[in-house]
Ligand binder design. Structure first.
Ligand code: MG
Length: 454
């Protein structure tokens, strides 16, 4: 810990001691800094949860989380595939700004030599500066070489699979603790269970004096999918349903641990997914529900994800937000709640969603820029979305389809993007094109990290 951090902590603790006679313990900690947990599934689709409309995958814990918390129905990720999506969440920046999206390679692979650049500032680093304990448990996928692993980006500890669970190298998928491989190949039937146990252990090891940030990016339900014996064969949806039901159990364990330890009143938990369902995996992939397409595409099914915010007594139970939010906004939101600030020496794509969580203001997010493979594909502003180019899941390996004139959808009346209304709305098309030009003039693409060979 740096001298500045130590000093800040001493100062914080002294201030708290001075306040001790005035306020009760819960208020004192709440005023100081809330804890944060991000549960980030891999390739879970918009339509895969009971509370998002799946007819027979049973998700009672997530349904209860939504009933006790806030469900977001227009929440986005920064990209429709793993690596850039994770980079966006952790840095609060579109991946085009830090080289984490590429026209040459979709994501990082075991033979990649790049990763999230050290000079990028993550949520974990922001919170570390505020005196937080931090842990990353699960799939990293922002560089597997020692100089890119979680402990170089603000996390105190790491446990998990460093990239996708279908990426075999040197004898199978590795499981790591900090910088060491502890199992290879990883027994993936118990990976959800073991991540959950590690998360529960981390939560139980915390004390009330030091706030914490737990980042739990699950390996499942990315293919190949596995459920433990307790969950196998349980869901009428088949193995994919079993896997989602085990993830639901995991969420239940996390929330119950927060209740049991007394942290629940002071902990914001966010549940979401890194991108849409991998439709080409057929029965082993998920569902985007009524949204069009899935993973790898910039249609809504690729980038709009099932999202729940939970914070008892702070967030109104059973609230539903239909306004936009994005995983890149988590940094500004957490920084604001923790009394910190986001970097001001670089362009950020992070907006503070606190007013929406507290129910006292609209979402500051009015626009979304949809990037994949290093290129801007589409833009949404309020209810309108304009596609310059697109990919359907079946065109995964081919060049994108160029749309000239562009496609225009009203994604509020037509969330499934079925009815192109460009011809009847030339003024809207012109307005969104201007927004794109304005955005582009502010984007300086960074050196491509994904194309760097080992
Ligand atoms: Mg993914």
């Amino acid at each position: 810990m740096s001298a500045a951090n130590t000093f800040r902590n001493i100062l914080r603790i002294s201030v708290l001691w001075a306040m001790l006679p005035l306020v009760n313990t819960t208020d004192r900690i709440q005023a100081a800094a809330p804890n944060f947990v991000i549960i980030f599934c891999d390739d879970l689709g918009y339509g895969d949860l009971g509370c998002f409309g799946h007819p027979n995958i049973r998700t009672p814990n997530l349904d209860r989380m939504a009933a006790d918390g806030q469900k977001w129905t227009s929440f986005y990720v920064a990209a429709p595939v793993c690596t850039p999506s994770r980079a966006g969440l952790l840095t609060g920046r579109l991946p085009i700004r830090n080289g984490m999206t590429s026209p040459k390679r979709v994501v990082l692979f075991p033979d990649s030599g790049g990763g999230l650049p050290a000079e990028e500032i993550t949520i974990a680093e922001i919170l570390k500066d505020q005196g937080y304990n931090t842990a990353c448990i699960g799939k990293w996928h922002l560089g597997h070489l020692p100089q890119f692993l979680p402990r170089t980006q603000g996390f105190d500890s790491y446990f998990g699979i460093p990239y996708s669970n279908d990426m075999h190298a040197n004898g199978g998928v590795p499981l790591m603790r900090n910088e060491d491989v502890i199992e290879r190949p990883t027994d993936q039937t118990t990976v959800t269970k073991r991540y959950t146990e590690a998360a529960v252990e981390f939560l139980k090891s915390q004390d009330a004096e030091t706030p914490f940030f737990l980042y739990l990016p699950h390996t499942m339900p990315h293919i190949p999918i596995f459920a433990s014996n307790d969950f196998k064969g349980r869901s009428s949806r088949g193995l994919y349903g079993d896997v989602v039901q085990e993830l639901d159990w995991s969420v239940g364990q996390i929330l119950q641990t927060l209740r049991d330890t007394g942290f629940s009143q002071n902990t914001l938990v966010v549940f979401t997914s890194d991108n849409g369902p991998w439709l080409s995996q057929k029965l082993n992939g998920g569902s985007a529900g009524l949204l069009r397409a899935g993973k790898g595409t910039t249609f809504e099914g690729g980038m709009r994800v099932p999202t729940i915010f939970w914070w008892p007594d702070q967030i109104k139970a059973g609230s539903v937000v239909t306004e936009m939010g994005c995983t890149t906004d988590l940094m500004a939101t957490f920084a604001s709640l923790a009394g910190g600030s986001i970097p001001n020496d670089r362009t950020m794509d992070s907006l503070d969603l606190t007013p929406v969580l507290q129910g006292n203001g609209p979402s500051p997010r009015k626009s979304m820029f949809y990037y994949t493979r290093g290129e801007l594909y589409a833009v949404r502003h309020e209810n309108y979305k304009l596609h310059l180019r697109s990919r359907e899941p079946v065109h995964y390996g081919r060049p994108p389809i160029e749309h000239d004139p562009p496609l225009l959808y009203d994604v509020e009346v037509d969330p499934g993007e079925q009815y192109d209304i460009a011809e009847k709305n030339p003024n809207v098309v012109a307005r969104l094109k201007r927004l794109i030009e304005e955005h582009r003039s502010g984007v300086q693409p960074a050196p491509d990290q994904l194309a760097i060979p080992l």
